[in-house]
Design a protein around this ligand. Structure first.
Ligand code: CIZ
Ligand code: SF4
Length: 365
C-alpha cells in the first residue's frame, strides 16, 4: 500500500514549479476532482479553481457537483458547508486545515447556548427570537440555528434572510458579525436604537432586561479583523483627492464606513458594480486585498482605477495559508488514492445544519 506523501516534501518546491505540477495532477484526476476558489484566495491558487465565487455561489456548486473530491481553496467553514451539502460519498478537502476564520471563531456553541439560556430569563427565545448565523461560523452553530427555527445567511442574501427571519419571530439573535448584522438590519428599516450588542464575555451580554425586551436585533460582538481596518477617514481622504471617485464597501466594515460609501455589498456585488461601471471610472474598495488587487488588474485595460481602502496592507491571513504547495500536496495524494485534510461534519451536527442552510437556499437569492 502506498503511504501518504508528507507536506514537508513540498515546502522546497517553488511557486513556479508548483503550477505545472498542479496542472498535471488536475489532468490525472479529471472530473473526479472539483476545485472551488474563494475570491479572497491568492492568485497562484485562484487560477487553478474550476469555479470561483463567494461562499453562497460555491455552496450551491458544491451541492450540485458530481465530483468525488471537492477541494476547497477557502477557509474551514466553507469546506464544512461543502461537506454538509454534498452527497455522503463525496469528500470535501481543505488544503491547509489551519485556514480558519478569526471572525467565525468569535462565536462558539457553548457561548451561544449560554446566551440563549440567559435570554430565556427575560423572554422566551424559542417563541420570539430567530437565531441567524452568518455562513462564517462553525457547523455546530448552523446546527443550533437549524434546531431553533433559525437560518444561515451570507453577505449576498443577508437582507432577504433578515426579512424572512422577522416574519418568523419578532427578534433576531445575529452571530458572529455585528457589522453585517447592523448594516443589514438598518437597510431593512430597523433603527439603531432597536439594536443592542451582546457582549459574550459578560453576564446577560452586558444588557439590562429592558434593553433586551426593547431590542429587535441582538448583535453578537464579533467582527472581521480585515474589514475593521477600513475607516471613515480613508474615504474622506479619497474623496478630497478624487471628488469624482466612487466608494464601495463590504458590509463586514463598520456602520460609519458603510454609511459613507456609495455602494455596500458582498464580494460578488462589488465585482459586478465595478465591472458594470463606465470605462475610466475610479473606485475605492473596502474589502480583502487579494480581491481588490485582482479587480485593479482586471479593470486596468479600460482605464478604470481601483484603489484599496486602507493604507496598511490587510489581507485575510487565514485564507492566505492555502498556498500552491498545500494545493499540490493535496492533489498529488489524491492521484495516489490518498485523502489528506478531509473536512467531515458528524451527521448529528450536519443534519440540523443542513436544515438551516436549506432554509437559506430555498429563498433562492
Ligand atoms: O460570503 C462570502 O464568501 C464572504 C466571506 C464574503 C463575501 O461577501 O462574499
Ligand atoms: Fe474570516 Fe475576515 Fe477572512 Fe472573511 S476576511 S474569511 S471574515 S477573517
Amino acid at each position: 500500500m502506498t503511504a501518504t506523501i508528507a507536506i514537508q516534501q513540498f515546502s522546497e518546491i517553488s511557486d513556479d514549479d508548483c503550477q505545472a505540477l498542479i496542472q498535471a495532477a488536475k489532468a490525472a484526476l479529471g472530473d473526479r476532482l472539483l476545485i472551488l476558489g474563494h475570491h479572497y484566495q491568492r492568485e497562484e491558487v485562484f487560477v487553478h479553481a474550476d469555479v470561483v465565487g463567494d461562499s453562497l455561489k460555491l455552496s450551491r456548486v458544491a451541492a450540485a457537483s458530481k465530483a468525488e473530491y471537492i477541494v476547497f481553496c477557502g477557509v474551514h467553514f466553507m469546506a464544512e458547508v461543502a461537506d454538509i451539502l454534498s452527497r455522503p460519498d463525496q469528500i470535501a478537502i481543505l488544503p491547509d486545515l489551519a485556514a480558519g476564520c478569526s471572525m467565525a471563531d468569535m462565536a462558539n456553541l457553548a457561548k451561544v447556548e449560554r446566551a440563549w439560556r440567559e435570554l430565556s430569563e427575560v423572554i422566551d427565545p424559542d417563541e420570539c427570537v430567530t437565531p441567524v448565523t452568518y455562513i462564517n461560523s462553525a457547523a455546530d452553530l448552523k446546527s443550533f440555528c437549524g434546531e431553533h427555527g433559525g437560518i444561515v445567511c451570507t453577505s449576498t442574501n443577508a437582507k432577504h434572510v433578515l426579512e424572512w427571519s422577522f416574519k418568523q419571530r419578532e427578534k433576531i439573535l445575529f452571530f458572529p458579525d455585528q457589522h453585517l448584522g447592523r448594516n443589514t438590519a438598518y437597510k431593512t428599516g430597523i433603527p439603531l436604537e432597536e439594536m443592542v450588542v451582546w457582549d459574550f464575555d459578560q453576564l446577560m451580554g452586558g444588557l439590562t432586561e429592558k434593553q433586551i425586551k426593547n431590542a429587535k436585533m441582538i448583535l453578537w460582538k464579533g467582527f472581521c479583523s480585515v474589514h475593521q481596518m477600513f475607516k471613515p477617514d480613508h474615504i474622506d481622504a479619497f474623496r478630497a483627492k478624487f471628488p469624482e471617485g466612487k466608494v464601495v464597501s463590504h458590509p463586514e466594515s463598520s456602520f460609519e464606513v458603510c454609511q459613507k460609501s456609495d455602494y455596500v455589498g458582498s464580494t460578488e456585488y462589488i465585482i459586478n458594480v465595478i465591472k458594470d461601471s463606465p470605462d475610466g471610472s475610479r473606485w475605492l474598495v473596502g474589502t480583502e486585498l487579494n480581491l481588490v488587487k485582482r479587480l485593479a488588474e482586471q479593470n486596468r485595460d479600460r482605464g478604470t482605477y481601483v484603489h484599496f481602502m486602507s493604507p496598511t496592507i490587510c489581507m485575510c491571513s487565514t485564507m492566505f495559508r492555502i498556498d500552491s504547495q498545500h494545493l499540490l500536496w493535496t492533489l498529488e495524494n489524491l492521484v495516489k488514492g490518498k485523502v489528506v485534510n478531509q473536512v467531515q461534519v458528524p451527521e448529528q451536527i450536519a443534519g440540523q445544519a443542513r436544515l438551516a442552510l436549506q432554509r437559506m437556499l430555498d429563498l433562492n437569492i
